[in-house]
Design a protein around this ligand. Sequence first.
Ligand code: PEP
Ligand code: MN
Length: 339
Amino acid sequence: MIVVLKPTAQKNDVERLTKQIEKLGLRTSVVVGTDQTIIGLIGDTTIVDPKTIEVDEAVDHVMRVSEPYKLANRAFHPEDTIVDVAGVKIGGGHLGLIAGPCSVESKEQIIEVAKSVKQSGANILRGGAFKPRTSPYSFQGMGENALDLLLEAKKATGLPICTELMDAEYIPLFNEKVDLVQIGTRNMQNYSLLKKVGREVKKPVMLKRGLASTYEEWIMAAEYIMANGNPNVILCERGIRTFETYTRNTLDLQAIPVLKRITHLPIIIDPSHAGGKWWLVDPMAKASIAAGCDGLMIEVHNDPEKALSDGPQSLRPDKYDSLLKDVKKLADIFGKKYE
Ligand code: PEP
Ligand code: MN
């Protein structure tokens, strides 16, 4: 349920109403927009008679929200959320251009890739440290050492860093070293991890879509993080499993307009894990910008043939550079900013 206040409503009106609602055992979320203030009610709202709130002189109207997600719901927060990743804005017309290797492999590799993607215009560096591999015999990532190499690459380029958190045990380390905490596809429904991320992660979170998750399941996963205290969530579509086997996954571009309609959270597209082939990255990245996404996450490797993970889907730095030239042209056409 949401309570939309009249434009004339004052701070003391908001305080009076939130007290009245909280007395019923419900939680409130107040969003002050440019045109209106909204009080969102969280909890069992079946006990609330809307008329008892509607009579208040500061209230314009009361609406029931039928979706199970509240904090992530566009109705609770009509304006786009802009997430700030160490000074880089994502959402509300600002593009996050995240690039880097699937895995951090060595100091030379991460610094070389970081410098080249920065030169092309990327504004956040990615690099896997803890890798969720399908096979236990595959390279599992360099772990903690990779976080320090990412920090060296950050020092060399100024780019904030994004890497995946798989285990809650590492949250303190990520709070100290990482700028954007990625929750991967395989953990999208790891609810105990999501709760801890909501409570303990002090940085923005990028939540990837599960391999076979519906929009609602995905937004509910974001709701877990938000309900536990971290409102800075970015969604990332990275392809879903379909009957098609030619491509690694199928990129669901419809996710962009649908999610923009039903949530206020930024949505980023990862065309690398979607198609699984480097030559699919360029066209799908451009299509994603045209469809209105808030950013791209792209795997770039200086020597894809020798990459320890995801070489076939990684762009060489020159290909990333030419893609970003086109992305910037599209950004200008669609009025998007990038810093
Ligand atoms: C990744 O970004 O390296 C990754 C493992 O992604 P996903 O969780 O989408 O498979
Ligand atoms: Mn990868």
